[in-house]
Design a protein around this ligand. Structure first.
Ligand code: FES
Ligand code: FES
Length: 165
């Protein structure tokens, strides 16, 4: 199959690649760029494990072709910590035990950062609604909610926004 040239900025670094038009963005990130923090749980847009930010918005990267990301700015879980310091949402998951096996966690965290960008002080119902597209088979979600609340409070105190892009 003929390859297509794309140019994508991922975690601040621009990559020029040649990819097959059928290559999904999640496979491009994992296999071409080695960014395996973005997980594949289902490949059919059900689980949210593959969530990344495309131009600042949470997107399930198995629902997009790599060629559609041409010219876009992408942030993956690897790009979230700044200067070796965990993002408050990452810290929240750590402090509140918002994970067990960790498989869902990168996608969950990217979805939460997008939520807090849009709504810095969400209610519990708003958190649950925002994370409906992200499945976790381990935690029962309670500690994930606490992790989001932790991050929201921490960012409010510090006068921070969630933006990582
Ligand atoms: S792998 Fe993309 S939603 Fe499950
Ligand atoms: S922590 Fe295991 S799937 Fe969420």
């Amino acid at each position: 199959m003929e390859k297509v040239k794309i140019s994508v900025t991922v975690n601040g670094q621009t990559h020029h690649s040649e990819v097959e038009p059928r290559l999904l963005l999640v496979h491009y990130l994992r296999e071409h760029l080695g960014l395996t923090g973005t997980h594949v749980g289902c490949d059919t847009s059900q689980c949210g494990a593959c969530t990344v930010h495309v131009d600042g918005q949470a997107v399930k990267s198995c629902t997009m072709f790599a060629v559609q990301a041409d010219g876009c700015q992408i942030t993956t879980i690897e790009g979230l910590a700044a200067d070796g310091k965990l993002h408050p949402v990452q810290e929240g998951f750590w402090e509140m035990h918002g994970l067990q096996c960790g498989f869902c966690t990168p996608g969950m965290i990217m979805a939460v950062v997008d939520l807090l960008n849009q709504n810095p002080n969400p209610s519990e119902a708003e958190i649950r609604h925002a994370l409906e597209g992200n499945l976790c088979r381990c935690t029962g979600y309670h500690n994930i909610i606490k992790a989001v609340q932790y991050a929201a409070q921490k960012m409010a105190k510090a006068g921070m926004t969630a933006a990582a892009d």
